[in-house]
Design a protein around this ligand. Structure first.
Ligand code: SF4
Ligand code: SF4
Length: 411
């Protein structure tokens, strides 16, 4: 088929059509109209960067990691096909780059930062802390859309700044992110490396290799991975000394959580109680924008395990509802100096509200007074008592973080 004497190139039509379709599908998946929809987990889960680095960190291959397998297989055969057809961030960047059609490409002579980010992340993952997993472009895309959740607040909008930052970088230096910085692009280079090397060798002619195609000295790769492992060790030991905030049920232990969480915002988006909020530095710089629990007027409901179903990186484990009910978030503690019951006032709000019957009434003063006391074997730290406690500005009943190794008996 010919038009104006030129051969018709299907790829010129097919590629933009596929890319626009992918962008529309990605927005629909990541920004579901119904809160009960769990499709937002799908997009970051197809990233081989997230799947491999989180599997190494968590030491387990979750069922979601299987979503990345078709991408890996296709990348092994068609190098960077995901960049060309499947990445919604890549299309957005191309659109932004058109605003500066005559901009130069100073990055052509720059080294590929993405390859080092990838190696540092994989090295860190070996010690359970994938340093730059949060730079995954699909997670940044999800984070942007999830930031527009209700109730709209400045603090939640902050969690979506990653994607606008990438687009601003694109405006400043077109194609820099995709060609030199993106760790997902670098992961594709790494996966396709052996096949491209074999192809080039069999043809015995290589003109100018694409970024990442050059065989990097193995020693430098090992050194980068070792540097990643050392960085992971340093951050993990520093995190061990910082008091952790409350995390959603099923979260990894604190030293690993902030590394494995990709800040996609899925857990906060689906929480019906709106108690999952971004951490704005309470747990240090490494925990910035990770999800933490804040019990205001609501608590972690006993009939809910939504956040356990939408985490693409395994930072929050997939737990069935009975397991989630037994999982320890923290431990409620009562400040008797603030408790209204101890002051002789009529209040049993915490005892009545606890869904696990984990707060008992204890007689004191030879039976003349009462005070609430928490039964640690039953309390999983759901926060119902804290949300119900009427004392202000500080609640008498508060949940404190605790190691998840404690076992509770709730059915
Ligand atoms: S399990 Fe708790 S924290 Fe998680 S989504 Fe449900 S109510 Fe929110
Ligand atoms: S913990 Fe929440 S924000 Fe972090 S990766 Fe999992 S779903 Fe996304």
């Amino acid at each position: 088929m010919k038009t104006s004497g030129q051969p018709f190139r299907w790829r010129r039509v097919l590629r933009p059509a596929v890319r626009w379709l992918v962008l529309v599908a990605a927005v629909a998946l990541a920004w579901p109209l119904r809160q009960e929809s769990f499709t937002s987990v799908l997009l970051p889960a197809v990233s081989p960067f997230v799947a491999v680095a989180s599997a190494i960190s968590v030491r387990a291959v979750g069922v979601l990691a299987l979503l990345a397998v078709p991408v890996v297989v296709l990348v092994l055969v068609f190098h960077r096909w995901f960049c060309r057809y499947g990445c919604p961030v890549g299309l957005l960047q191309e659109l932004v780059a058109r605003l500066r059609p005559n901009a130069g490409k100073p990055w052509r002579k720059w080294p590929s930062l993405g390859h080092w980010l990838l190696l540092l992340t994989l090295g860190g993952a070996l010690l359970g802390y994938p340093l730059f997993l949060w730079l995954d472009p699909l997670a940044l895309f999800n984070g942007f859309l999830n930031a527009w959740r209700r109730p709209l607040a400045l603090v939640t909008l902050l969690t979506g700044l990653g994607l606008p930052a990438l687009l601003l970088l694109e405006l400043a230096v077109p194609r820099l992110w995709c060609r030199r910085v993106c760790p997902l692009g670098a992961a594709q280079d790494l996966l396709a490396g052996p096949r491209r090397w074999w192809w080039a060798k069999s043809r015995a002619k290589v003109t100018e290799p694409a970024p990442g195609a050059k065989a990097k000295p193995g020693r430098r790769r090992v050194l980068a991975a070792l540097a990643g492992a050392a960085g992971a060790l340093t951050i993990k030991s520093a995190r061990g000394a910082t008091p952790p905030p409350l995390r959603p049920p099923g979260s990894l232990d604190e030293p690993r959580f902030t590394g494995v969480c990709v800040r996609c915002g899925n857990c906060a988006q689906v929480c019906p109680s709106k108690i999952i909020q971004p951490d704005l530095g309470a747990s240090g710089a490494a925990g910035l924008l990770t999800p933490q629990l804040r019990f205001g007027d609501d608590y972690c409901r006993e009939d809910c395990h939504r956040c356990n179903e939408v985490c693409p990186s395994g930072a929050i484990a997939r737990l069935a509802l009975p397991d989630k009910r037994r999982h320890v978030i923290g431990l409620a503690m009562v400040d008797l100096d603030r408790c209204l019951l101890v002051q002789g006032r009529e209040c049993t709000a915490c005892i009545q509200k606890c869904p696990y019957q984990a707060i008992a009434m204890r007689s004191t003063d030879g039976g003349f007074s009462n005070e609430p006391c928490v039964v640690p074997d039953r309390c999983n730290g759901c926060g119902a008592c804290e949300a119900a406690c009427p004392t202000r500005p500080v609640r008498a009943m508060r949940v404190r973080p605790q190691a998840a190794s404690r076992v509770v008996q709730n059915a």
